[in-house]
Design a protein around this ligand. Structure first.
Ligand SMILES: [Zn+2]
Length: 100
């Protein structure tokens, strides 16, 4: 237990599961009101990189609610872009390819 470092986990705004944050899409409400993707400081919302969670987040505006902002085009565009490359699984499969 002492040698391994634990992965940092975050809670998905769609399914509420805790997952390794490197496998999740992170949206950040920046201090100037813009939306950052995977970088920046501010209130953050995490979504699994799975079709189910991305679609759910988009449909129910879960990211907007989590970030406490009204609809923002960047959020919808980011979720749509992720959906294009998302796996059709339920988010449980491990992806080895790094996302950069
Ligand atoms: Zn999820």
């Amino acid at each position: 237990m002492s040698t391994t470092h634990k992965p940092v986990v975050r809670r998905c705004v769609s399914c509420a599961h805790l997952k390794d944050r490197t496998r999740m899409l992170r949206l950040v409400r920046l201090t100037d009101g813009r939306i950052g993707l995977d970088q920046g400081f501010g209130r953050s919302a995490y979504v699994c990189r799975s079709q189910r969670c991305l679609q759910d987040a988009r449909r129910r505006k879960r990211v907007q609610k989590s970030l406490r902002i009204s609809n923002h085009p960047t959020i919808d565009a980011a979720l749509a872009a992720e959906l294009d490359g998302a796996e059709s699984d339920n988010g449980e499969l491990v992806q080895d390819s790094p996302v950069e």
